[in-house]
Design a binder for this molecule. Structure first.
Ligand SMILES: [Zn+2]
Length: 684
């Protein structure tokens, strides 16, 4: 180091201007490294490059020698903070000594006696001293004009090396991430990719392999392949259409049915080695395995009848095992006549000949994302029982709508509107449109109401029937929006959201037996939206299957089971595989909260809005909902009921939604009752 510095001692000012570019290395090419010094030491050791990189931190005057360790005036040079390499290096290297303290040719630098500078070091830390000495070293080693090009070339190296190192680490990391993701994807989605009806392998295998049959849990054949190789479905048209969404079709027009989702099994890809060898040795045509579903076709057909002409969906499951016993989606389709449901050309649409419609292919139970309305109050109630101590002993007051500022959505605690006033104005104006954009809908038409009600947003009770003084249980069983709006604001959106997540909102359900679209609780910001979201309005969406899982989870002491559609398989040699074990999806709530919710839901059916779901011999627990989907409150409410039977012999949970059917208590609860009755009669 010393040697090199000495060599460079007589560099002049103009050459040192090059330092601006950041000189990394000050060795001559032919220069040998000192003992124990590696090339990287040389490169890093002598290259406090950042000292010069467009530095602008400190500017030293020529005579500013007083507080410099070695009395260097930096003249017109700008410096920056040294990097760790520089400090590291200087600590390793010898510090400059009095040898260096001669003036350099152009007089821009001055080396003074070391002793002098030490006396004047009083303002700076020792570390800083070392830093400055590193700057000195670099300057002293500034290259000559000849060296400058070389140095410029060579100074690429350290950057390149470190860049290469960074790139290597980056690519290795990316590769590792990609590998992990690939393994995750294949294990998680592999079956789904395969079962995708667009997978050409499925179509080609269908030409080679006779697909297995699809049966219900009582081995009623729902789909089979006839002697001509044609796929045929149950002879009874009513049964066939009732289970159409569960079974699917042979053309891949529906993606969630068993024909698509279990195609791997149906085409024999899941058969064991023994089965394959046996099949090949027997010389007959290749046959896939048959799939036995958990549903009961007769019960499903019965549930389908209960819909009458309404659109909507129903799911009935065993809440201890997760087995789906019935799944209905209206409108249905006929798998024997799929041409009727294919997307139509314009001319076909005009002629109106075909019976089907494309939307009939959507399985609303799994893919229909509905506004939940008041059935969401089970989640708000769970959040309240979970985080508001003593909530079930408190008294509330429901003596008129909650009022919010029409612009900001802020709750106006002191604005009181009597039930009479509200009723009077309600008749003259559209119902409050709580979701999704309450602010865009004037609650009260100008001129039709007292001044105070203009520009207000209201949280109202159904039909402006306010409840007076009531406790938590009464608020739940009467489905009081006013009280739940207040509770929602007290809880805050975050706690409601957190409870919704506990029940599976916002999750990508990756169940092994079915495809279920995710449900969503969008975090509201304004008080009005928080209040409405607590009553299941705002922008919350949920599928009927998910609501059934939630009811089932409450019934099952807080533990949600993974929904099951696959009861078992039958090999081509008629060997029945064992029934699969139930598996837990997640624990949503504590058993204590589940027990309290059960009591609330029991009361709702005993004496509240769910009375029409009551059975004479069995305890039914439930919650109704009339989810408003437009401002026309009579027609455009989805009628909801979720509930379960609180009996060990009949662990049944249900979710029903009838689109645009009006009141959940009047319309959906009786459907649940009919289906419960039938299921019990069938022994479930
Ligand atoms: Zn009320």
């Amino acid at each position: 180091m010393r040697r090199k510095m000495d060599n460079n001692k007589d560099n002049n000012r103009s050459e040192i201007d090059d330092i601006d570019f950041g000189i990394d290395r000050y060795f001559d090419e032919d220069e040998e490294l000192e003992d124990g010094e590696s090339s990287s030491d040389a490169i890093y050791g002598c290259a406090p490059e950042t000292l010069y990189e467009g530095g602008e931190s400190e500017y030293y005057e020529e005579d500013d020698v007083t507080d410099e360790a070695y009395g260097v005036s930096y003249g017109a040079y700008e410096t920056d903070e040294p990097v760790s390499e520089a400090r590291y290096n200087i600590e390793r290297e010898q510090a400059p000594s009095a040898d260096n303290t001669a003036d350099i040719a152009d007089g821009q630098y001055h080396y003074t006696e070391r002793g002098t500078s030490v006396q004047k070091r009083n303002k700076r830390e020792t570390a800083q001293v070392k830093r400055k000495s590193s700057a000195d070293n670099a300057r002293e080693q500034a290259p000559s004009a000849d060296d400058s090009a070389k140095a410029r070339r060579e100074r690429q190296w350290p950057g390149l090396r470190s860049n290469l190192r960074v790139m290597l680490v980056l690519f290795t990391t990316m590769f590792a991430v990609l590998l992990v993701y690939f393994v995750y994807s294949v294990t998680t989605f592999g079956g789904r990719w395969f079962n995708n009806p667009y997978n050409p392998r499925i179509q080609s295998e269908k030409d080679r392999v006779v697909p297995g049959n699809i049966l219900d849990r009582n081995q009623v054949v729902l789909a089979s392949t006839d002697s001509d190789g044609e796929r045929v479905y149950n002879d009874d048209r009513h049964v066939r259409t009732s289970v159409s969404h569960v079974v699917g079709d042979n053309y891949g027009l529906t993606t969630t049915g068993a024909e698509s989702f279990f195609s791997r099994t149906l085409l024999g890809f899941d058969a064991g080695l023994f089965e394959r060898v046996y099949s090949a040795a027997s010389g007959g045509e290749a046959r896939g395995e048959s799939v036995v579903l958990t549903i009961d076709a007769e019960l499903t057909a019965y549930a389908s009848d209960a819909f009458r002409d309404y659109r909507g969906a129903l799911v009935l499951m065993n809440y201890e095992t997760g087995e789906v016993l019935a799944m209905v989606s209206h409108p249905e389709f006929d798998p024997e006549n799929m041409d009727a449901y294919r997307p139509k050309s314009d001319s076909e649409k005009r002629s109106g000949e075909s019976e089907g419609e494309t939307s009939a292919l959507v399985n609303r139970a799994l893919m229909g994302r509905y506004t939940p309305g008041s059935i969401f109050k089970v989640i708000t109630a769970a959040a309240a029982l979970n985080s508001l101590a003593g909530i079930d002993e408190r008294e509330f007051e429901c003596d008129g709508p909650l009022a919010f500022d029409g612009e900001s959505g802020v709750f106006l605690e002191n604005v009181h509107i009597s039930p009479e006033e509200d009723k009077k104005n309600r008749n003259a104006t559209p119902s409050p449109r709580p979701s999704p954009t309450p602010s865009e809908t004037p609650v009260i038409a100008p001129g039709s109401s007292p001044d105070i009600m203009e520009n207000l947003l209201l949280v109202r009770d159904n039909d402006s029937d306010y409840h007076g003084d009531l406790d938590f249980e009464e608020a739940f069983t009467a489905s009081c929006n006013v009280t739940f709006g207040r509770i929602g604001m007290e809880l805050g959106a975050a706690r409601i959201s957190s409870m919704a997540q506990s029940f599976g909102f916002g999750e990508d359900f990756l169940f092994s037996d079915l495809i279920l679209y995710p449900s969503n609780y969008e975090l509201p910001q304004r008080a009005i939206d928080v209040a409405w979201s607590a009553a299941g309005q705002y922008r919350t969406t949920v599928t009927p299957m998910h609501m059934c899982m939630i009811a089932a989870g409450i019934a099952n002491k807080g533990v949600m089971m993974e929904p099951r559609m696959l009861y078992g398989t039958i090999s081509s040699r008629e060997f029945v595989q064992g029934q699969r074990r139930p598996s837990i999806y997640k624990r949503a709530i504590t058993e204590t909260v589940a027990t309290k919710l059960t009591a609330l839901m029991k009361k709702t059916v005993e004496s509240g809005t769910g009375a029409r779901a009551a059975l004479s011999n069995w305890t039914v627990c439930g919650k109704t909902g009339s989810a408003q989907i437009s401002s026309d409150r009579e027609v455009n409410s989805h009628a909801w009921f979720i509930g379960f039977i609180e009996e060990e012999e009949h662990p049944l949970a249900i979710a029903v939604v009838l689109e645009k059917a009006g009141s959940g208590g009047r319309m959906a609860a009786p459907v649940a009752k009919e289906v419960f009755e039938r299921a019990i009669r069938l022994g479930y």
